[in-house]
Design a protein. Structure first.
Length: 113
């Protein structure tokens, strides 16, 4: 059973809002909006790092990121996500082109068992 917490409520509220915004703005303006949000996120990340470095009692100790093991554990989900998304795009094409499978069997192969 799903737990109700701030993350789940925020996610559930943002998904329909993002879909409605995409329908309202169209594809090109939605790309510009996404790009603006990305740039804004980078700016706010820079502000966060600046404030945390100046604070005597930071919320997140940025010195942890100098530890290679800790940084590796933090980056592992991103690396795995890129690999899995690449496989989702490449594997069906490979199965059809090289493996000789038809589209139905390649799609069935991609389904979780």
């Amino acid at each position: 059973m799903a737990r109700v917490n701030a993350y789940n409520v925020t996610f559930a509220a943002c998904m329909p809002a993002c879909g409605a915004l995409a329908d309202l703005l169209g594809r090109r303006r939605m790309f510009a909006t996404g790009l603006t949000l990305l740039i804004g996120s980078v700016v706010f990340l820079g502000l966060f790092v600046t404030v945390e470095r100046r604070s005597s009692h930071p919320m997140f100790d940025l010195g942890l990121l100098t530890n290679p093991r800790y940084l590796g554990v933090c980056l592992m989900p991103f690396v795995l996500s890129f690999v899995f998304v690449g496989l989702l795009a490449f594997l069906p094409t490979y199965l059809i082109g090289v493996g000789g499978a038809n589209a139905d069997s390649a799609g069935a192969f991609m389904l979780p068992r």
